[in-house]
Ligand binder design. Structure first.
Ligand SMILES: *Cc1c(COP(=O)(O)O)cnc(C)c1O
Length: 720
């Protein structure tokens, strides 16, 4: 390696490359890139919550140039930049071969939330995580894809807990200059500003581009001086404010999103509505066609041929409904745009047109003007067909044209560092080029090979699991310290005795929506205490999750769990980590042995957190709802109860809690603690291997986006 100092031009180039790298979230699924930024300032990396843009601001330009003079550091930068560029420039992608039509006319994917990384907290939960993973997979696959969402300057709330163990929400202001965002400008460098009529006002908005590998996602932002103050705040918070804010945000998302794409000269072949929030885009597409001289019937038909819709929940409250007064106030402009009366507009969002008592439903609008619609698991497809049968006026649910594409996760993106390193090492040892890892890690062949005992021994697998569990405990203890002394005893911080690196570690983390029944397992309180106190076969629990700011029942669940963690015999073996987000999620799905999921069936449309566990050797223990009903094959994890459920809710809670306890004590605990003389649970590891081999490739967004492409995105695919 040459030791002659780098020239000024070379230093400029490497510095520019690092900044370019920091502003493409590709690094969020590339281990070497993350380690590069981390090594620039390990403490800064931790304090700034793994944010390369902020780290680069913290490390002065002068220090950076000096660091780059170290030949091995410069070589690492060059290697990462080379692999980034070869990723961006790859032409032989799956998309190039299978979906060339989308290159010119991409899919425009509208979602009210996208979760990409913990540094950009603009999502509330699973819907956002799914959208973010969809974009990452679209990039990996190389299909034409552009995302549309809003830039929430205050993001989603930060959670803390007060002395009464009651959730408290706070908001921090995001600074675009410190985030992996780029202002969207025109050819001469001016901000692109467009306008939408909302509640009688012309609302101006700008946009920020988030680079997701090869794909752009545009975040619309109403925070401009030319807007009056209340409108300036429209995009402040994820699902912020009341229904009025909600409908106004949704007009901006749907109508503004289409206008922005047009301002960029884009002609998407498909508008994919991820949930009903974006359904007003159909009105804008119709308006465009009317303006071009078509009549309304033709405009509707053409619009329908351009749109597809994914519904995400059977929970009633998850479907936006707006009354006529609000529609007239906030969305009155659609009457002018479409040449319709208020009632005619209302009818487009009603199951029964003409029924003046029926509010306007975004899901109905989306279903009515989509060429295809789908649920997010097989069971959810079925439930959605029953739910919307009336809208289609058909005799049986089977005739309802709603299909399904089961959700997935962006596997490599969700892997914790040690998992990414292990699987890539195994892969390259088998003779494959490491650049193929990101794609091959989504194939059944990959998982079959790397989980073969001749490639990965039980000893190695068990050591991997031990490392991940220890790291989770360390993470949890640090967070508990920051949360404020749950485990101070007198003047001492009682580290040992608080969580146990040898215990069967059960994780539960997701939004605290009540149907997910977070505290269900503690219905068997006395029995759980016995389990936890068993010195030979100890069990422990880690919980996390946010309740919606207006959901007092969800907050009461949080309160109950924290109370038990502090004041019951479970103290030391049950903890609640505050402020659940992507980072907490990654630690937990990595380090736990069991991922618990006990929703009230069939309300968990899919669920995705359980899918994130598989590359880490954590097993699912779940009700047969959502994805698990398809994923479970008797040998790749654990099912709670049968493939059916009682109609009565109280009865269901009772039966599920008893089944949960039964599976836990009869199957999970005995298998985990069935050890040979060497202490290795070989039977358990067999299940782990089988779980990886069967679940990881199937429940990946690589498979999911391919399925969307074949079923719905390509020209000429499924229409009604
Ligand atoms: C994956 C994920 C979810 C979704 O979890 P479910 O179990 O599907 O509800 C929610 N929140 C965050 C932060 C996630 O990463």
């Amino acid at each position: 390696m040459s030791t002659t100092p780098l020239t000024s031009a070379e230093l400029d180039q490497l510095t520019a490359d690092l900044h370019r790298l920091a502003r493409n979230l590709w690094w969020s699924w590339d281990q070497d890139a993350q380690e590069l930024f981390q090594s620039l300032s390990p403490r800064g990396w931790q304090n700034l919550y793994h944010n390369p843009v902020a780290v680069l601001r913290e490390v002065s330009a002068y220090e950076l140039r000096m660091r780059l003079q170290a030949p091995d550091f410069a070589a690492r930068v060059r290697a990462v930049v080379a692999s980034f560029d070869s990723y961006l420039q790859e032409t032989a992608t799956w998309g190039a071969q299978n979906a060339p039509a989308l290159a010119k006319n991409p899919v425009a994917y509208f979602s009210a939330e996208f979760a990409f990384h913990e540094t950009l907290p603009i999502a509330a939960g699973g819907l956002g995580a799914l959208a973010g993973d969809h974009a990452k997979a679209a990039s990996d696959l190389g299909i034409g894809f552009v995302g549309i969402s809003l830039f929430y300057r205050e993001g989603y709330f930060q959670q803390s807990v007060n002395q009464d163990n009651w959730q408290v929400e706070s908001y921090t202001l995001l600074d675009p200059a410190n985030l992996p965002l780029e202002p969207l400008v025109n050819a001469v460098g001016d901000r692109i500003v467009s306008r939408v009529n909302i509640a009688g006002h012309q609302v101006s908005f700008q946009a920020w581009r988030v680079n997701i590998g090869r794909c752009p996602v545009y975040l619309l932002d109403a925070n401009l001086p030319e807007n009056d103050p209340p409108l300036r705040d429209l995009t402040n918070r994820v699902y912020g404010g009341d229904t009025t804010t909600r409908i106004m945000q949704e007009i901006l998302l749907g109508v503004g999103g289409v206008r922005l794409l047009r301002a960029l000269g884009m002609k998407p072949s498909t508008f994919h509505m991820n949930e009903g929030h974006a359904a007003f885009l159909t009105f804008e597409l119709m308006r465009e066609k009317l303006a071009a001289g078509l009549d309304l019937e033709k405009a509707k038909t053409l619009t329908r041929s351009e749109c597809i819709f994914t519904t995400h929940t059977p929970v009633e409250a998850g479907h936006d409904r707006f009354n006529a007064g609000l529609m007239g106030y906030a969305a009155g402009r659609f009457q002018t745009d479409l040449g319709l009366t208020a009632e005619q507009v209302m009818d487009m969002g009603r199951v029964k047109p003409g029924n003046v008592d029926e509010p306007f439903c975004m899901t109905v609008l989306a279903l009515r003007y989509s060429r295809a619609a789908n649920g997010v698991s097989e069971l959810h497809g079925q439930v959605s067909r029953e739910m919307w049968q009336e809208l289609y006026g058909v005799k049986t649910p089977d005739e309802v044209p709603i299909g399904y594409v089961t959700n997935g996760v962006h596997l490599v993106g969700w892997m914790k560092g040690p998992a990414r390193r292990l699987w890539r090492k195994k892969f390259t040892e088998l003779g494959y080029p490491s650049s193929a890892f990101v794609t091959e890690a989504n194939t059944p062949e990959f998982w079959k090979k790397v989980t073969d005992p001749s490639v990965l021994s039980d000893e190695e697998l068990w050591a991997f699991k031990y490392q991940l569990r220890r790291e989770l405990l360390e993470f949890t203890r640090r967070r508990l310290l920051l949360q404020g002394g749950t485990f101070h005893q007198g003047d001492f911080i009682k580290f040992d005795g608080f969580l146990n690196p040898d215990a069967l570690t059960i994780g539960f983390a997701r939004r605290f929506a009540t149907y997910k029944r977070a505290p269900l397992i503690f219905d068997q309180f006395e029995q759980i205490v016995k389990l936890v106190k068993d010195k030979r076969r100890p069990v422990q629990f880690i919980f996390a999750g946010k309740a919606h700011p207006r959901d007092d029942h969800g907050k009461a669940f949080i309160q109950k769990i924290i109370h038990l963690s502090k004041f019951s015999e479970l103290n030391g073996s049950l903890v609640f980590i505050e402020n659940y987000d992507i980072h907490v999620c990654r630690q937990m799905v990595g380090g736990c042995d069991i991922w618990l999921n006990n929703p009230r069936r069939p309300l968990e449309a899919s669920g995705t957190s359980g899918m994130k566990t598989t590359p880490h050797g954590c097993l699912n223990l779940s009700i047969l709802d959502g994805w698990w009903r398809e994923g479970y094959d008797q040998q790749n994890g654990f099912a709670i109860g049968p493939d059916s459920h009682p109609d009565d809710i109280a009865e269901q809670d009772r039966v599920d809690s008893s089944n949960l306890f039964h599976t836990l004590t009869e199957k999970v605990v005995p298998t985990f603690f069935d050890r040979g003389t060497d202490g290795i649970p070989r039977r358990w590891l067999q299940i782990v291997r089988h779980s990886m081999a069967t679940l990881a490739p199937e429940y990946s967004t690589w498979r999911m986006v391919q399925e969307y492409t074949h079923k719905y995105y390509l020209p000429g695919t499924t229409t009604r």
